[in-house]
Design a protein around this ligand. Sequence first.
Ligand code: ZN
Ligand code: MN
Length: 487
Amino acid sequence: MPKYIVTIGLEVHAQLTTQSKMFCACPREFGAEPNTHTCPTCLGLPGALPVLNEAAIEKTILTGMMLGCETPPIVKWDRKNYFYPDMPKNYQITQFDLPLCIGGGVPLYDLAYPKDAQKSIVNPGKVVKLTRIHLEEDVAKSTHHDKFTTIDFNRAGTPLMEIVSDPDIDSAEEAFAYLTSLRQILIYGGVSDADMEKGNLRCDVNISLRPEGQTELGSKIELKNLNSMSAVRRAIKYEIERQTEALDKGEKLIQSTRRWDDDRGETSLMRTKEDAHDYRYLPDPDLIPLRTADIVARVRPLVPELPHEKRARFEKDYGCSAYDAGVLASEKELATWYEAAVGADTSVPPKKIANWVINDLLGILKDSEGGISSCPLKPEALSALVAVVEEGKISNTQAKEVFAEMFESGKPASEIIKAKGFEQVSDTGALEVIVDQILAANPDKVAEVKGGNEKAMNWFTGQAMKASQGKANPKIVTDIVRKKVLG
Ligand code: ZN
Ligand code: MN
């Protein structure tokens, strides 16, 4: 059985979070009444001229900087000609030979792999190389009904960033990790909402197989219309199997474009190379080339701390484990929430707060809608609870109960502790009286403690807890016994 080498490249279209469209002043946001965000420019009416959206250019260059790309000193815009009802001008303004960003790469984070694949990562720390990132305009949105199609031009002319990877991805799992990591970085930079389910992020996959030992790439098969992370993974898996079977049978694969059917879980042929478009790219005469030096200088200071940098800092400064730091840094909002909790009271160990966030908060948020962004618990409130536990005022088991109620009711820890009668006796004077009585009644145990028996020490703590009806602070009790017996 011959073994095949899998080569995958991804083209990702990301909608940018600008106020207005790419070449006109119409609002960019979605959800408005169809065909209300339009003007002669984005409807492609004769004589209407495009005007560049500076914010879209800045956000694309920022993306490039976050991913280590270079921006050429001069960039330009080109027309890509094809005829389609959702594109009123019959050409798309895009960038052909001088795009905004060249090179760079997307680091694949361990935790960005599918959960079931995180234990068997083939290339840990891999960075998938990028070819380019260019800026273009989106088309209108067609909706196909039973007997007719409607079209909404609100989306026509909105800025779209196309991120093209090298054929540098080896498996469905790496493609999944690539998209997840890229998504995290785009959100960190505030350049895109990057939600695949909402269509903010759309992905095309190029995939080819070749026999081991052959240097020339196999026929490129393109998969279109993938609109979720899991669809990308499943479609690639399916396609690897399909192509492997075909090659095993001695069939020749031809360059073609295929459509993924998510319900049936299979791909089907859309078109072959023979009927591929000839786009007849030509420089757009309405838009002159742009010098980028000033914009590059302006954008450079906007590069944020990236997920992997934040992860390293959480490990180093807060003593988090690599895993915990990775989880906390994976989502910008979660990282911000955690750091607010850490900053609320610097005497509380950040590592302890991390444990609570990861084990308890994320656990409880999993069952509630909206995740961390709609978390009813304030970072300061968690910090206050962890502080009480650290001081030994309540036990860990009690703290879990308090935590659940804080999340439910929004009440502060102190109030719930009081209401539940969890307040531990930490008053040294009162505890000393209790300990004195127990010591006096048990001279044999005192001798055992003196002889170095730690178990006897625990026995005293247990007795004091009993005498205080469980309200004594065990840590303080132990300290008192130690001091009284051992001096
Ligand atoms: Zn417009
Ligand atoms: Mn494109």
